[in-house]
Design a protein around this ligand. Sequence first.
Ligand SMILES: [Fe+2]
Length: 261
Amino acid sequence: MNTIDLLNLKNWFSGYCKRFYPAAREDRKNIALKEFHTRKVAANMVLIAGAELQNRNKVLMAEAIGLLHDIGRFPQYAQYRTFRDNISVNHGRLGAEVLETEKPLSGLPLSEQELIIDAVRFHNAFSIPGELDPEKVFFLKMIRDADKLDIWRFFSEYYEKDEVERESAAGLDLPDTPEYSEEVLACLFGKKSAAYSDLKTLNDFKLMQLTWVYDLNFPASFSLASNQGCIDKVISSLPERKEISQAVSALRQYIGNMASK
Ligand SMILES: [Fe+2]
């Protein structure tokens, strides 16, 4: 991967997105949010890779993965009008299929093509598949971190919006009521990811998003999580309860410790 390869991919990506810009305002808003998310994730990849890697070509690879990781979102939305994989299609797998069919990576060595396609395929998997080689796992961990960082950015803004302003395809249709579930809070205390199937309210969704901190992989990701301020905004959108603030202070301490490693 060199700078020309990356430039070509950026051009291909822009052209591909354009094909999916629909006429209706609400649909355009949903597609635009994914295009913007993609650009932010690519920028996060450059920041994490820049801190973790000396090899410039690998930093370009990281940026390319960021650029392509959600390519499946565009055909997913075109066909199903939702970003919810559980009621439509797995957008990571669909993204890998898009890259295999459209072949924007065909000028790259086969090993680089496979690395990018597998990073796209598994970026949203519940956990990292065991059979991948170490280099694939390294970049897969990086895209999963970069993606989470921007999901926190997106939702920290989303929670501040009135319900009518919120992008319709982004939420999970969970009730925005003061309740939260003990099971999801227990996951946050237990430092483990909560499952989508446990969520009953929007507060559960916020708590689940906080559990993702315990899945971050790189010191640079923890620094970004702390410096970008989005986790703080998600936290401040939660109800003020003693048990939540206890779980949150353990979380903040964990971020601080991991960022300084
Ligand atoms: Fe994704």
